[in-house]
Design a protein around this ligand. Structure first.
Ligand code: NDP
Length: 405
């Protein structure tokens, strides 16, 4: 019987476990392993109650290659879904190579001691995966992930050439707490407090953190007009490389004024720093201490109400024509519907469902191609069809009415 191993039992791991169990015919015997086995067991109990499927669980330190290889040899899964943290990407890729297992993740590698995420470390595995006849799929979450597939879909079906892409991510949900991050606070805050960056005319342009904002009228009454801020986001790096003829690509995210005020204060007092400080004889990394104090993102599930809206506004030259047009491809998710289905809010849901869908493409043979791939390099059609079926329905509208700066 086919076996699947999911590593990581946080907010996103919970969603991936539920969704794989909903399709046990494809995923076979499902294992969930993480640093704290009790969290795997709690998820397994919820999955059993929701789907009737029994997950197997294990404790694993995914920073330890030998320990991971031993578990892989014991279980012999066809694919490992890395839903732990970006810090584990390289050790898990190494372990997959050693044990002969296909690999998929949702976020690119980030060294723990430098707030800098980049694909170069994982792209360096291209030859080793190809030579081993193994497939590694990078960034199969929503953004990166589904957003990359939206671009590939636009290029396959609408445009001969894409000129500009604006990826727009709105969380119009409210958890009612003064301040909380929607996914791992350390990863989230490291991303937002970096300088902004976008790609234009062949070069990267840098901005101060959250320096450029714009009021964007989302085409959904429950989302409405919201301020979006330009950020660097990891899919910009691969899309700038893989979309031929591209002139500009940017990423935007909504933040409320309240969120930004909290963030500024935390930054000003040094609480978002990743430099260790000595406190009463202990070395403490401020952002890790802050993570301890903030609400666990998994606890936001029952509290959060409202929608998420994530999409790509894509301008290009229409197929077989000189005419330019803009398409807006997007998904809208409802926090409470997600919670009812898998006991997670929509941020974890929108990240976890594409991991399951991406792994499904691998196991069904659509995306099994030895080497290391970003999602825009693969056929978008089966992924788009599965998004409709497995919980992330999408729409395409004429985007010419949406003005961007
Ligand atoms: P959480 O912090 O909630 O969960 C991370 C899980 O990984 C925890 O169960 C943690 O264990 C486990 N873990 C951490 N270190 C290790 C280790 N060394 N060995 C084994 N397990 C380990 O994070 P999220 O669920 O919010 O995020 C998971 C991933 O999803 C992240 O990489 C994040 O960047 C990515 N993501 C991607 C998105 C996308 O759209 N592409 C969007 C949102 C998130 P423990 O429980 O013991 O702490």
């Amino acid at each position: 019987m086919r076996k699947t191993l999911i590593v990581g039992a946080g907010g996103v791991g919970n969603v991936v476990a539920h969704k794989c169990a909903q399709d046990a015919e494809t995923f076979g015997e499902i294992w969930l392993a993480s640093r704290t086995q009790a969290k795997c067991d709690a998820i397994a109990a919820d999955v059993k109650a929701a789907t009737g499927v029994e997950l197997k669980t294990a404790a694993l330190d995914a920073d330890n290659v030998a320990e991971t290889v031993a578990l892989l040899r014991q279980i012999q899964p066809e694919v490992l879904l890395n839903i732990a943290l970006p810090y584990q990407d390289l050790t898990l890729m190494e372990a997959c190579l050693e044990a002969g297992v296909h690999y998929l993740d949702t976020a690119n590698y980030e060294p723990p001691d430098t707030a800098k995420f980049e694909y170069k470390w994982q792209w360096a595995y291209q030859d080793r995966f190809r030579e081993a006849g193994l497939t590694a799929i990078l960034g199969s979450g929503f953004d990166p992930g589904t957003t990359n597939v939206y671009c590939a879909y636009a290029l396959k079906h609408y445009f001969d050439e894409i000129e500009t892409v604006d990826i727009i991510d709105a969380n119009a949900g409210d958890h009612g707490l003064p301040f909380a991050t929607n996914f791992n606070p350390e990863i989230n805050l490291r991303e937002i407090t970096q300088n902004g960056r976008y790609w234009e005319n062949g070069e990267w342009k840098e901005t101060q953190p959250l320096e450029i904002g714009h009021d964007f009228p989302f085409p959904h009454p429950e989302v409405g007009t919201r301020r979006i801020y330009l950020l660097f986001h990891e899919e910009l790096e691969s899309l700038a490389k893989n979309l031929p003829g591209l002139k500009r690509i940017r990423f935007w995210m909504t933040f409320s004024q309240n969120y930004i005020t909290h963030l500024r204060v935390l930054e000003n007092v040094g609480m978002t720093s990743i430099e260790p400080v000595e406190f009463e004889g202990h070395q403490i990394v401020p952002i890790q201490f802050l993570k301890k104090l903030l609400p666990d993102p998994a606890s936001l599930g029952p509290l959060t109400k409202g929608k998420t809206f994530i999409g790509c506004l894509i301008r290009g030259r229409l197929k077989g024509s000189d005419e330019m047009a803009t398409k807006f491809i997007y998904n809208i998710c409802d926090h409470q519907e997600c919670y009812r289905e898998v006991k997670s809010q929509a941020i974890s849901y929108t990240a976890g469902v594409p991991a399951m869908i991406g792994a499904r493409q691998m196991l069904n043979g659509h995306w099994m191609k030895p080497g290391v791939w970003n999602l825009e390099q693969l056929d978008p059609d089966p992924f788009m069809a599965d998004s409709m079926k497995w919980g992330l329905p999408w729409e395409v509208v004429d985007g010419s009415g949406f003005q961007m700066p």
